[in-house]
Design a protein around this ligand. Structure first.
Ligand code: AMX
Length: 436
């Protein structure tokens, strides 16, 4: 199928039948248990939801529809002259489970370009946000302004039927994905470039290159970095704060704009997506603290301990599920080795890759002392001149919207119900176990 909607529609009956059979065969089986500690502990590792687009292995890291990041880099279509996969192609893969052909991606790119114009009033809303409002708050505001065009909301109000929800959600998802780069680029230009906006070249450039262009970056290797960046941040299975929020809010049949905006509010937290901003702040502070001292293991170790002793976490290290170095870190490291091997900040990041795991292991609290995706991204961005750290989570958000939207379309196609886990009080737990 050339067309994404048709390619997706072709997948739905088999998947629906598969799930029906699984429920019939294994419906009574226990998938995971939940201890009292887990109930108090953020439900860590409780298997209590399904999520089709990606799966995270604690040792190996993320697989998108079964494909590792290096496999995606090899197999997914690229832009002419580019070395990294196109995020449009990753979106196709996440949605359909199939590696798209170049012709399929060209058709999707044309479709996205045709949808990319911002509806009336969105730029006014963005322009009206106060100076100094965090870029993530501006992004979320922009998404809510885009909601005026929601097909799901409109059709629901008219009395659409349940079997059509996914079609409306796919429409919303495609419009949202097509429009978010311009919203995000406007946030950048408004906040950091005096409101001097750069017109979109949608249709002429691929989504990543156009986003980079609208921000003011036109080098081919920066466009390639954007393609890689938008691919690797898109999806990280279903339980992380942003993905789970999108799923949860969507389960109330709130449309894709509301759902993704809510997910973005979660991504804006320092333990989640904001960590990429925190990492660069931390690295810059570290350079200052070093002063004239040499950048070596001994001096960096001391600064890491100072961070821990002041009660802070070391940003960019640790993970709730992963127990090894994040492959999203590794592919960014490879990008740096190829494009900026002599950059001072990259050298600092490289040295920290050796130092921090030792420090965190010695501290003895963390379950994973290795770097995650956020430990590296800022250094790549600053090399190309995107130095405004408070913007970094917005880039993460543009990417995460793609993965979570792909999943949201499936949620509606599979007619997943309202999420409503049962909670209990501490008193209930005391009574419940009193006589056991
Ligand atoms: N530095 C210092 N202490 C850390 C740490 C770090 N990088 N990572 C975990 N710890 C501490 C925890 O705060 C916790 O301490 P406590 O018992 O005093 O509360 C203890 O180690 C055990 O935590 P854990 O089980 O290893 O991790 P978790 O699942 O509770 O949290 C995460 C995971 C990512 C929030 C945590 O590792 C962290 O805060 N890392 C730094 C922030 C960061 O990089 N976030 C980005 C994650 C990826 C993403 O979503 N973008």
């Amino acid at each position: 199928e050339q067309d994404l909607k048709a390619a997706f529609a072709a997948k739905v009956p088999a998947m629906t039948a598969d799930i029906k059979e699984i429920k019939e065969k294994f419906g009574d089986q226990v998938l995971g248990t939940c201890t009292v500690t887990q109930a108090y502990g953020g439900m860590r590792s409780v298997k209590a939801m399904t999520y089709e687009t990606s799966l995270l292995d604690s040792e190996e890291g993320i697989r998108f529809r079964g494909y590792t990041i290096p496999e995606c880099q090899e197999l997914l279509p690229r832009a002419p002259g580019g070395l990294e996969p196109l995020p449009e192609a990753l979106f196709w893969l996440l949605l359909t489970g199939d590696i798209p052909t170049t012709a399929q991606i060209e058709s999707l790119q044309q479709d996205l370009a045709a949808r990319s114009k911002l509806p009336a009033g969105v730029t006014d809303v963005l322009d009206a946000t106060p100076a100094g409002l965090h870029p993530m708050s501006q992004l979320t505001t922009g998404l809510l302004a885009l909601q005026q065009d929601s097909l799901m909301a409109r059709e629901y109000a008219k009395g659409t039927t349940k079997n059509l929800y996914w079609e409306h959600t796919l429409e919303d998802a495609l419009n949202l994905i097509a429009r978010m780069p311009e919203v995000a680029a406007r946030v950048y230009r408004k906040t950091f470039k005096g409101g001097k906006y750069i017109p979109s070249k949608a249709g002429e450039l691929d989504l990543s290159a156009n986003y980079a262009h609208m921000m003011g970056f036109d080098s081919p290797s920066f466009a390639d970095l954007m393609r890689l960046y938008l691919c690797i941040h898109s999806d990280h299975e279903g339980g992380n704060v942003s993905a789970h929020t999108v799923r949860l809010v969507g389960s109330a049949l709130s449309d894709a704009y509301y759902s993704v905006a809510a997910g973005m509010c979660g991504l804006a937290g320092p333990l989640h997506g904001l960590a990429n901003q925190e990492v660069l702040n931390w690295l810059i502070g570290m350079r200052k603290a070093l002063g004239d001292l040499p950048m070596n293991e001994e001096n960096l170790t001391k600064i890491c301990w100072d961070t821990l002793n002041s009660g802070k976490v070391i940003p960019g290290f640790g993970h709730a599920v992963l127990r090894k170095t994040d492959p999203r870190y590794m592919c960014q490291r490879e990008f740096a080795l190829k494009h900026l091997p002599d950059d001072e900040m990259f050298k600092l990041v490289s040295l920290l890759y050796e130092v921090v795991p030792k420090v965190l292991t010695e501290q003895g609290k963390v379950k994973n002392p290795y770097p995650n995706v956020d430990a590296h991204s800022g250094v790549l961005l600053q090399y190309y001149g995107l130095t405004e750290q408070s913007y970094y989570t917005v880039l993460f958000g543009v990417s995460r919207a793609m993965g979570t939207c792909a999943s949201l379309v499936w949620d509606r196609a599979l007619m997943l119900p309202l999420e409503r886990p049962k909670s209990v009080t501490t008193g209930w737990i005391k009574n419940h176990f009193a006589n056991k």
